[in-house]
Design a protein around this ligand. Structure first.
Ligand SMILES: *Cc1c(COP(=O)(O)O)cnc(C)c1O
Length: 423
């Protein structure tokens, strides 16, 4: 499928008069439409709730839009819990899916009534000792082995640090019941960025069968099944996007075949999608500063891996559109780079693109999740602004760009940088 930016060159030329590049810009209309589609796809399940994985895009303006649709937060740290609480998410709209969890985070999560999702059997006693066992509790399951769909290996849970083994899950659930827990959930995240409509249905069936076994063996009634994240997006133009309605129907089919006959038909389905909720609705806009012709043809732009690290760390593909040249032939081969003193700082390697001129604006697609959020300040690079493109195509600043004071703010206990040049 052709990948089209949600802004035009003319719009960007207007926007940069107020907000210089680089910046991440988000498509509010796209986010809203997707929220509706997700809610609709699971509307067959009365208790359904999406808990947005805050780590994917922790901007409060984005979280507030999601909240309008009844979407909650999936948090994994103290800061994320505090953000969710401050934005008015009630406890039952906050999932705390953490690992290697410090005691104070359990204490805080319990205090605000968040749903605690335990990553390990040893955390049962740890939680009991620091905060007490809450009435509602969830355990993260890792069945081990490899995760397959139709004999295709999707991921390798046996190598993942997360979750209880099967034996531990049964032992842990029995323990939690004994210690007074009353409402139980199970969670699993077995494959990442899956571009197939069969991931959730396959995972759901495994979890549903486990729920039935928990009922039969331990008389524990599972109240919710948390399918977690992992629903992917088509970063490459040749990939077929997931159809969330087909995914929802697939989960429904497994639910009706496994849960309903076992008397578990009132269980709620929870999801913790991050990438799927915001990924396609963000773009990194950057200006071309230089062209360098050595052993390859390099396009140097004003954004770098500090603004978007997925290509550098995962060798991930992010599609690039040269704004205003959408319909030109891709007959030039470029490496598109940032300015870090790191050779991995390349948004694209040997990518076929239209002829690029200095001053052109590049739109790097699919940065709405795990984009800005993974940014860093290496090489003294400051974090960029984030902008929201409203449905009427007006633009609001939803996070300003960092300045040197932000960069030096952790030296506010001493005077070493007094008198530093500000501009
Ligand atoms: C990262 C994460 C998610 C979201 O994953 P996506 O791939 O963005 O959908 C959900 N749940 C947990 C526990 C995670 O760590």
């Amino acid at each position: 499928m052709e990948k089209k930016p949600f802004v035009t060159k003319e719009e960007i030329e207007e926007i940069v008069k107020t907000y210089p590049t680089p910046f991440h810009i988000y498509d509010e209309a796209g986010i809203r439409k997707n929220c509706e589609d997700v809610q609709e796809a699971f509307s067959w399940n009365p208790g359904y709730r999406e808990f947005f994985a805050v780590k994917a895009n922790p901007n409060p303006f984005i979280l507030k839009i999601l909240k309008e649709y009844g979407i909650g937060c999936d948090c994994s740290s103290m800061v994320e819990l505090k953000i969710a609480h401050a934005l008015g998410f009630p406890g039952d709209m906050i999932m705390f899916s953490s690992n290697v969890t410090p005691a104070e985070e359990y204490v805080y999560a319990k205090k605000i009534g968040a749903i605690i999702n335990l990553d390990d059997i040893s955390h049962i006693e740890y939680l009991e000792n620091c905060a007490g066992i809450p009435e509602t509790i969830c355990c993260r399951y890792n069945p081990g082995g490899v995760f397959k769909i139709h004999n295709n290996i999707m991921d390798n849970p046996a190598e993942a640090k997360y979750g209880f083994t099967t034996e531990q899950l049964f032992e842990g659930m029995a323990k939690l019941k004994e210690k007074g827990a009353k409402r139980f959930g199970i969670h699993a995240f077995l494959a990442s960025n899956t571009v197939t409509n069969e991931y959730y249905p396959t995972l759901a069936r495994t979890l549903f069968e486990t729920a039935v076994e928990l009922k039969n063996r331990l008389d524990i009634k599972i109240s919710f099944i948390n399918l977690s994240g992992g629903v992917g997006i088509p970063y490459r133009p040749d990939q077929t996007p997931n159809d969330i309605r087909v995914i929802g129907e697939g989960v429904r089919k497994a639910f009706e075949e496994v849960m309903v006959p076992a008397g578990l038909g009132d269980a709620a389905i929870y999801t913790e999608m991050g990438r799927f909720m915001t990924g396609p609705y963000g773009g990194l806009v950057t200006k071309v500063l230089h062209e360098k012709k050595t052993y390859r043809d390099y396009i140097g732009c004003d954004a770098c891996a500090a603004n978007l690290m997925r290509p550098a760390v995962y060798d991930a593909y992010h599609h690039i559109t040269v704004l205003g040249k959408e319909n030109e032939t891709c007959d030039h081969k470029y490496d598109v780079t940032g300015s870090l003193c790191e050779n991995c700082d390349k948004f694209a390697k040997e990518r076929m693109l239209p002829e690029i001129n200095i001053g052109d604006y590049l739109f790097i697609h699919d940065t709405g999740a795990h984009g800005y959020a993974m940014g860093y300040q290496y090489n003294g690079k400051l974090r960029s602004a984030e902008l929201l493109l409203h449905p009427d195509h007006t633009v609001t600043l939803i996070r300003r760009a960092e300045n040197i004071h932000d960069y030096l703010s952790t030296f506010d206990f001493c005077d070493v940088y007094d008198g530093i040049d500000e501009d």
